[in-house]
Design a protein around this ligand. Sequence first.
Ligand SMILES: Cc1cc2nc3c(=O)[nH]c(=O)nc-3n(C[C@H](O)[C@H](O)[C@H](O)COP(=O)(O)O)c2cc1C
Length: 178
Amino acid sequence: MKKEIPVDQFMVKASDVWDTGWFLLASGDFKLKHYNCMTVSWGGFGTMWNLPIAMVVVRPTRYTFEFINRYDSFSLCAFSREYRKALSLLGSMSGRDGDKIAASGLIPTAAARIASPVFEQAELRIECRKLYWQDFDPSHFLDSRIQENYASRDYHRMFYGEIVSVTGEEEKYAAKTS
Ligand SMILES: Cc1cc2nc3c(=O)[nH]c(=O)nc-3n(C[C@H](O)[C@H](O)[C@H](O)COP(=O)(O)O)c2cc1C
């Protein structure tokens, strides 16, 4: 059963949830019906300025870029494998070109603490309030493999968000306290 998990008990294996699991990143305002989302697999969780944070990276070419710049929050939702096809669609089609959310079958819904939406079918919902952004500077890349990701020079913008709410299956996402 899904429950709100205290942020200091939230626990994941990073490679499982990012690299192989994928997240749906959404930003905007659910009440205003103005939001977009896209699949992401690069990012992380950690601590900055004594706050629990999620880090995401968004290329300026993404439609979601407009939303995450304009609004003060974003959400990260994880899904079970049965939604892989939906996440592939949301990670290959742009919201600029049609209602990809309707086409995916995923249902946006109000989040607990932020204006950005989360998704009904998600098994994990992480709500973040934006704290910081910075554009990657290629003159700071210290490994030649990094540049291989930027044939079009569309360097990501990195966003840190304070994690203000986590909802998920306790068994899977909460550290055992006793
Ligand atoms: C598995 C997967 C992971 C992705 N990770 C990222 C990412 O971390 N950052 C990014 O900018 N784009 C990423 N993308 C690409 C976007 O999801 C994709 O371009 C999407 O169609 C953008 O949608 P939008 O234009 O509606 O924002 C990923 C795509 C897939 C399929």
